[in-house]
Design a protein around this ligand. Structure first.
Ligand code: PMV
Length: 313
């Protein structure tokens, strides 16, 4: 019996996280070094309709019907069944693995969903267009994020750098030249929904101040797009620093993130900022190709649990 396998990358947000929830543009890129993987195997000896879900990373080994409908893995399977109008699955095992750290701003939830949707659709003899994959992932992201902007499902489904505005069609970026990003993981788990909720409370308490900050971040994202498309990385680094300062102002940075951002800048990065929901998770630094390893080393000395050097291309 063939196995149906699909994988999906992690992602970083280069500019505009949080502001993107409030309609401002953001820029994100896939991270190919970390991936989620889903494999579906037929189990002809099991009774029809039976699906066993294995996710060793989260110590899960359960039948589909044992999971609540709002469990992200159950939800994504049920979404695919509804989308393909399948009321009974042929007996099968779904195995999910991932080396994307969870609750760290690298899009692990969305990557798992993309991989499961593609592997399961293939098992059921279908392949879904990207718009549908992204839309289904968005529904599952609501569990992780509360009020997701849609950027994670978009960048991971399309697997390319994107300029994203909530509710609008995804725009691709025409990179003048690839650039190098060093990712540093604080090791502090931070569910995105909590950070997003915290920002929401701040915005409700002082909408004028928050709207002003979101407008400033929007301007940074727009300038960053021009800089990426013109190939002017000096400007890009400064924009990352500015973006980080605004994220500090809305309270989503942390001691650990600030420490790593400082360490990267002191080691010669052109700019650095937190990436994703914040309050923990990962930060990113823009580095010249020949200083990337120096920056990565400085991050480890500064307390990073691990680093990834990746190219945005
Ligand atoms: O999944 P994370 O932690 O990268 O967060 C996504 C970015 C946010 O802007 C904080 C939330 C969203 O839905 O856009």
């Amino acid at each position: 019996m063939p196995a149906f396998t699909a994988t999906a990358p992690g992602k970083i947000i280069l500019f505009g996280e949080h502001a993107v929830v409030y309609g401002r543009p953001a820029i994100a890129a896939p991270v190919e070094q970390v991936r989620a993987r889903a494999v579906v195997n037929a189990e002809p000896r099991q009774p029809a309709g039976h699906m066993r879900i294995l996710a060793p990373d989260i110590h899960l080994d359960a039948a589909l019907e044992e999971l609540p409908d709002e469990h992200p893995l159950a939800k994504v399977v049920l979404e695919v069944m509804a989308e393909l109008d399948v009321s009974h699955l042929p007996a099968c095992t779904l195995r999910v693995t991932s080396n994307i750290p969870v609750a760290s701003g690298l899009g692990s939830g969305a990557a798992v969903s993309v991989a499961v949707i593609r592997a399961l659709a293939a098992f059921l003899g279908s392949s879904l267009p990207k718009e549908r994959v992204s839309a289904l992932v968005y529904e599952v992201e609501k569990i992780h994020h509360g009020t997701p902007s849609g950027i994670d499902n978009t960048v991971i489904t399309y697997d390319m750098p994107v300029y994203f505005v909530r509710g609008q069609a995804m725009q691709t970026l025409r990179l003048a030249a690839p650039f190098t990003i060093v990712i540093g993981d604080t090791g502090v788990k931070s569910p995105t929904a909590l950070a997003v909720g915290e920002v929401r409370r701040g915005w409700e308490a002082d909408p004028q101040r928050y709207e002003g900050i979101f407008d400033a971040i929007a301007e940074i994202s727009r300038q960053a797009r021009m800089s990426i498309e013109d190939g002017t990385p000096e400007i890009l680094g400064a924009l990352m620093n500015d973006n980080h300062a605004f994220l500090q102002q809305i309270g989503v940075s942390s001691l650990e993130l600030d420490r790593l951002v400082d360490a990267a800048r002191r080691a010669g990065a052109l700019g650095a900022k937190l990436s994703g929901g914040g309050r923990g998770g990962n930060m990113i630094a823009l580095a010249e190709a020949d200083t990337a390893q120096v920056v990565a080393q400085a991050l480890l000395v500064g307390g990073a649990q691990r680093t990834i050097v990746t190219q945005v291309a």
